[in-house]
Write a protein that binds this ligand. Sequence first.
Ligand code: ADP
Ligand code: MG
Length: 252
Amino acid sequence: MADTLTLPRPRTAAGEVALHGVSRSFRAGGREVQALRDVSLTVAAGEFLAIVGPSGCGKSTLLRLIAGLDRPDAGHITLDGAALAGPGLDRGIVFQDHRLLPWLSVERNIALALRSLPGPEAEKTARVAELIALVGLRGFEAALPHQLSGGMSQRAAIARALCMEPKALLFDEPTSALDPELEQEVIRVIKALADEGRTMIIVTHDMRMAADVSDHVVFLHQGRIEEEGSPDMLFGAPRSERLRQFLRAGGE
Ligand code: ADP
Ligand code: MG
């Protein structure tokens, strides 16, 4: 058994995520819904991609496919060139609701996956302490999820997603359930991670954050990429009338 921690290094491991002709449909109430239609997209290693679009346009479906929580009907997804086959520790995901286990402390929630690895406990403890400091939760190691604010819970969820040093970090509307001031504390953590050059993919309604932080923006409409490019292009000079309408409506 290895006596050193088998955590991937370096700390800023970043991977390239690519979708090749990905489609996904669902059958609901006898009706076929095409959630994604032939989506091809490359997120470069270290890039911050924001996915925006109206409710029901396929954003969560896209993120779940990248996370490996669902499979495409057609096409495939690669991480650093290798086809994905289900969920893996090489991707970390944060949802709108924190999904912390209510009976475990902050420290144990964050460390859950790490504890199952072989390796010296002291090193794992140090790593978790580092993550707790990174998300600003020092002093709350022993707290239970119900004792935290929504912003603190989301920050713990981010630390948990980082625990296995994933190549890509995925977020599905991580601040949508938060009050504005708590939203800002979560955004600060997301920005700090973006500055480390990680590959990050975020679904968000927050156009300001998307404009400020992202390198690359995709506007989805009815399961297709309607427009794609730099934040300056999409927010400053949108070409598609649908995107212009969406921005006028404040990103809803
Ligand atoms: P968004 O996150 O952009 O709001 P989603 O990706 O959640 O959109 O959903 C896209 C479309 O697919 C919607 O019409 C939604 O109702 C449908 N859909 C998503 N997941 C399922 C599912 N598991 N079963 C049936 N329909 C689904
Ligand atoms: Mg969604």
